[in-house]
Write a new protein. Sequence first.
Length: 1064
Amino acid sequence: MRILADLHIHSPFSRATSKELSLENLHLWAQKKGIGLVGTGDLTHPAWFREILEKLEPAEEGFWRLKAEFAALVESQVPEACKAQVRFVLQGEISTIYKKDGRTRKVHHLVLLPDRRSAEKLVFRLERIGNLRSDGRPILGLDSRDLLELVLNCSEQSILIPAHIWTPWFSVFGSKSGFQELEECYGELTKYITALETGLSSDPAMNWRCSRLDSYFLVSNSDAHSPSRLGREANRLDIPTCFSGLRRALSTGEGLLGTIEFFPEEGKYHLDGHRSCGVRLEVSETLARGGLCPSCGKPVTVGVLHRVEELADREAGFIPQGARPFQRLLPLEEVLGELMGSGPSSRKVQNLYQRLLARWGPEIPLLSELPLEVLREASMAPLAEALDRMRKGEVFLEAGFDGQYGVVRLFEPGEAACLGGQMSLTRDWDSTPRKGKAHPTPQVKEVVLPWIPPEPESNKLDSEELDPDQLKVVLSPTRALLVIAGPGTGKTRALTYRLAFLLKTGKAKPQEVLAVTFTQRAASEMAERLSRLLGQNPIEAGLRVQTLHAYGLSLVRDYWERIRGGLGPIVADEVTRLDALKKALETVDAREHLKSYASLLEKISRYKQGLMDKEPDRLSSQELARAYDQELSRQGAVDYDDLLVLPTQLLAKDAEVKEQVRSRIRCLFVDEFQDMNPKQLEFLRELITPQTQLTLIGDPDQSIYGFRGARPEQLLGLKNQVPDMEVLLLEANYRSTGNIVEAASELISHNPALFPRSMRPVRGPGPMIQVCLFDSAQAEAFFVAREIDRLLGGTSHWAMRKQSPTTQPAESPLGFGDVAVLCRLHSLLPRLEEALAREGIPCERATAIQQDSPMGLGRLLGTLRQMLGNIKEISLAQGELEDESSFALAGMIDSKGKAGQILEALLERLSLDAKQDRLFMGPEESQLRRFLDSAKTWPGNFLEFLEHWILLTEEDQPQPSGEKVPLMTVHAAKGLEFQVVFVMGCDEGVFPLRHEGAGCSLEEERRLFYVAMTRAKELLYLSGTKASGISTFLAELPRDKVSRMAQSPSPLRAPLQLSLFRKK
C-alpha cells in the first residue's frame, strides 16, 4: 500500500507545542495533508499515553486507528476529496544529556514501538531514570548507547532513529554537542541503527556528501508542534499496512520510496549566525572571522550546512548508489499567502486553502503531483506558475540561522497580485529567479571556546606524582602519624599512596592492615586506587578497607557464639526493628508511644552510642533499649549500633579475643578521623597497641557531626595522648579556584584554630563567588532552576529560545552531574525539585532511608529479606500483596541469585501486574531507583546485596544510573566535589541553623558552611531570602571575592543588593 508517513510529532504535553494537538485533530489534518500513517507523539508521557489508550484502538498489527466516536467529532471538517484511512504508530522522542569523552552530549532520539506492552515496559524503565511527567519529550541523563539498549530490551522489534541529526544543540552530529562518527555515540550497538532523520535544515542531497552515512536510510518527518504543521516533511512508503512492514522499510529499504522535504534554507539552523545580534553568516564568512560574531565578538552558532561541510568527503551534487529520490515542497498556505499578499493564517488565504482541498484533494499530492494544466484551466494560472517554480527549485532564499526560520519566496516583491477574488497576475514575469545553490566545501575545524578553564600544568594531582607535602606523608618513618588535610588537598591520595608504599616495601603485610573509611563509597574508591597502584588486588590477599561498622559486623560474625550464640547474626532491617520496638513497648507497658516510633528508635540509638539526653518522660532509654535488644536477640538480629557496641564490649571483657584481633591489625589507617564519635573512638582504642603502625588523617575544620558526638578537639586530644605522634599538614588545594579557597579560608578563620591554618590555592582566581538574595523562597528556586538550565547550555530548543540576549547559554555547557545544589535542611529541597521539573531538568534528591514510610525502601528491604526466610515471621509490607501473590514472588527470589536479575523481574511484576506503581511515587522514589540501579552491577548474591543496603547511611547513597543534578544536604555532600555548586537557604536561622528553644553551635555551623563552599571546583553560588535576615556567614566573606549575581529580565523581582560583605 502506498502511503505518506509522518513519524515524528508531539503532543500538547511537550514544551512550546499547540494546545490544539489532539488525536482528533491529528486525524483531521492527516487527511487534509494526505498522510496515511502518523506517529502518536510523546508516548512516554503518562497523561498522553492514557489518552492514546483511551482514544485509539488496535487496527492492523502494530498500527492503531482513532475510535469511531472520536473520529466523528472532526469528520465534518474533512473535505470529501480528502477523506481517507489514517493509521497511528506508537512513537515518542527522548532527549539524552550526558558527559562522554570529555564533552557534554545532547542527543534526541525518535522511538517507534510495535505494541502496547513494549510501550509500557519502556515507560516503566524510563520512570526509574528520570521524570517523564514534566515534558512530553523527556530529558534523561542517560548515555545514548544505553537508551538504545533499553529500547531494544523492551522489544527487539523496536526502532530507534537518531532525530534531526545535524541540529546544532540536540543531535548526534550537531556542532555544539555532537560526535564525529555514529559509532562514538552508540558503540557496539550501532548496528541496530538503520535509519537517520535528516531534520528540517538539511535534505538528502546534503547528507549524500558524507560517505559515512551511505549505509543508513534517510527519513524525513515534520517534528510537528501543531496539527497544521503535519507533513511539512514526510516519507513515501509502499508497504503492507502493519508495523513489520514499516520496520522492514526502515531497516532494509524495502518499500521506502523517497521523502518529501522542506527547502533546507527555510530551516532555522541552516546557516551560521547570532540571532540576538541579527547576524547571518555563510560558512566562508564564519571561517574568515574565526568563528566569532562581528557584532558582539562571541562565538556564533555553527549551523547545519557548516557542520555538514566539516564532515563531508564528497563534492556537492554527488548521488550515491541506492539513494532514494526526494522532492522539496513549500506549505500550500505559504504559497497562497505570497500570491495573495497576506499572511498564511489570514482569513482569505484560509478560505482559498479550504476550497482548493475541497476541489483537488489533500495538500501534499496537490503540491507535488497535480497537473499544472488543471490549475490553468480553472483560472488558477498564478498558482500553477508558483507550483511550477517550486517543483523546479526556482526560489529566492533567505536562509535561517541560530533558531530563526529562513524565508523561501517564489516571486519578486509585487510580482504576484490577487484581483477581485480571482487569482491572476497583472504582468508577465520576465525576471529569472535565483535557484538555491549548495555552498562550497572548504576544509574547516570546529570552533570550540571552553567556558571552564583547564587545570594548570602545575596541578600534579592529574599525574601519578605527589607534591612535597604529600610525599612527606607517604615516606614518613614514624609509627604514629596524624595528617591534618584541608579540603581538596589530596588527603585520600596521600593516605592510599602511604599504604601502597608500606605494602611495596614490605613494612606492612596485606592481611595485617585495616583501613577505616567514613563511607562504603570511600572504601570502594580506596580499594580501587590500591589495586591500580600495586598492579594487583590487595583485598584478595586479606587487606581490609571498610567502614568501622562493616568491620564490626565481621567481628560479630566471627565471634557470634561468644557474643550471643544461636540463631543469627543478621543485621536488622526496618521491618525487623519496628517489630522489635512494638514488642518492647508492650514489655515495658508503654504502648501509647508507638505512634512516635521513629523518635523512639532514635532514642535507643543515642543511648547505645553513649549520647545520653535528659529524659523528662517516664520512658527510660535504658529500659526500652534492653527490651528492644531482647526482641532482636530472639530473631538472631543486631541493629546498626550493635555493630560497634557488641565488638567493643567483647574486646573489653575477653582478653583472648582481643589478642587475636589485635594480632591481625598491626597497621591501622583511619580516614576522616575528625568525624569519629565517642563509641567509635572507644572501639578503635580496643584495637590499638603501643606497637600498632597508626596513620590518622582528618581536618578539624571539617568536623560536622556534632549531633553524633564527634568533636574536632579529639584530634588535639589524640596528639596529647600519643607523645611520639608526628603531625604533618597538607595545605595545597588542587580542587577549587583561588577565589573560593581564599573566601572559605576567611570564613573559617572566625573559628579558633586547633592546628596551624595556611591552605593555599594551586589554581588561578577563577570567577567571583555569586551571591543572590530574593524576596521569597519560590523566587530563589525559580532562579536556581533557570541558572542551572543556562549553565547546561539549555536543555531543549524551547529553553534556548526563552533565554534573553543578556543571558546566553554557557559557551562550553556542563553535564547534569557537574552541578549540585546543597542546603542545610532536607525540607528546602522539594521546592527546588519542583522548579527543576518545570524546566525539564533531571534531578535526584539524596535522602536517608525513611523509617516511617509504609512503602519506602526500608519496608521493601525488610519484605525482601523476609521472603528469603531469614526472619521467622513473614509480614509483607502493609498487606499490599495477597497470600498467593506473596508466595509467587517469594519463589522468584534466590539468596544465591544475581541481585539485578531478581529485582528487575520482581519490580516489573509489582509495577505492571498489580497495584504497586506507588513503589515509585513520593519522596522515596529516587531511593528506590538507586537501589535498583546499583543491583545491576552488584558482584555478589542477593542476600549480600540486601545487607549492603541495610548498612548504608545517607552519605553513602550510591549515585543513580544516568546523569542528574544531585540535590542534597551539606552532610550528604561530604567528600564530593562538583564543577558548580549552588548553596541555597543562606538565611539567618536556617544556615546557621537555630532550633526553636535551643541554641546553635555557631562554630559547627560555620564548619558546615565551609564544607559546602569547598565542594565547588569552578563556580559557587550562594543564595537566600531576606525573610529571616542575611546569614551571618555571608557577612563574613571577603568583599573582593564576592559578586552580586547579574540578573536577566524575569517575572521575578530583582535580587537584593548585598551590602554586608566584609572588607579585607
